[in-house]
Design a protein around this ligand. Structure first.
Ligand code: PAF
Length: 280
């Protein structure tokens, strides 16, 4: 696997290699969830295409009191995993390479960036959009694969590439789960054994809502209260547990319509976890 630390190294590699590029952007601390994205990229690229990943813990998407400094960094293990998953190239730049002195431009994701995660993490999606736009300009992929766990992120980035006429397809890949249903996430490693044992309640709440929805329940308040209750009973702090329109993220206040996404954000101690299920 080729390892490129600078933009010029990556561009040199990119322009010397033939074949379409399928791109998986990451912040490292890779787990089997990322593995499923890279394997999907390999299938889509085929034997002649290029599977590119990036590892960059993007400072601009973390708030001042968030976990940027303690975010897990395991570059050697990450490189070994990407090699095992058959990636061809990884771009792992420094912060100065991406944000050199004098960098002033950023991308405003609009209204969609101010709700749900954006309301709790102001500026988060501006940082995500800005770094992903820069990565797309460097990597120039035909397609980029994102995980469904970050549902709002993939929706905002789909809007961004459409609105800015970026020639890339965005593919949303299903969430990989632990045996108790907990969505795989780099932040799961912050959990103590006791917290980990209780974290499965997020997916249990989503599964309960799914069952209710499939049985015909459309009362937004009942579904939201039922999800919150299930999380709270397990000792988690529910930040939101909502039924939203799956394309606009507008909250269904009375009757839950179609398409629908159930979205949960919950805290276990200082660790925030998010998850969702979509019905269309
Ligand atoms: O989902 C992530 O890991 C990050 O938000 C991304 C897309 C790599 C941008 O930093």
């Amino acid at each position: 696997m080729n390892i490129c630390k600078t933009i010029s190294e990556f561009r040199q590699y990119r322009h010397s290699a033939a074949g379409k590029v399928i791109f998986v952007p990451t912040m490292g601390a890779l787990h089997e969830g990322h593995g499923s994205l890279v394997r999907m990229a390999r299938r889509l690229a085929g034997p002649d295409g290029i599977v590119a990943a990036s590892i960059f813990v993007n400072p601009t998407q973390f708030g001042p009191h968030e976990d940027f400094h303690k975010y897990p960094r395991h570059i050697e293990q990450d490189l070994a995993n990407l090699t095992a998953w058959d990636a061809d190239v990884v771009f792992c730049p420094s912060a100065e390479e991406i944000y050199p002195p004098g960098h002033v431009t950023s991308i405003d994701p609009g209204e969609l960036g101010t709700v749900l995660e954006g309301a709790i993490r102001p500026g988060h999606f501006r940082g995500v959009c800005t770094v992903v736009a820069k990565l797309l300009g460097i990597v120039e992929p035909a397609a980029m694969i994102l995980g469904q766990k970050d549902f709002q992120q993939q929706l905002i980035l789909k809007h961004m590439v459409r609105d800015l006429n970026m020639p890339v397809e965005i593919i949303t890949a299903p969430t990989l789960r632990e045996p108790d249903g907990l969505a795989m996430s780099s932040r799961n490693r912050y959990l103590t054994p006791d917290q980990r044992a209780r974290a499965g309640s997020i997916y249990q709440a989503l599964s309960w809502a799914t069952h209710q929805y499939k049985s015909g329940e459309r009362d937004a308040a009942a579904l939201e209260a039922g999800m919150s209750e299930r999380i709270t009973q397990s000792g988690l702090e529910a930040q939101y547990a909502l039924a939203c329109h799956a394309e606009t993220l507008e909250v269904y206040h009375q009757t839950v319509g179609n398409p629908c996404v159930f979205l949960i954000a919950a805290k276990l101690g200082t660790t925030r976890l998010i998850d969702n299920v979509v019905h269309s």
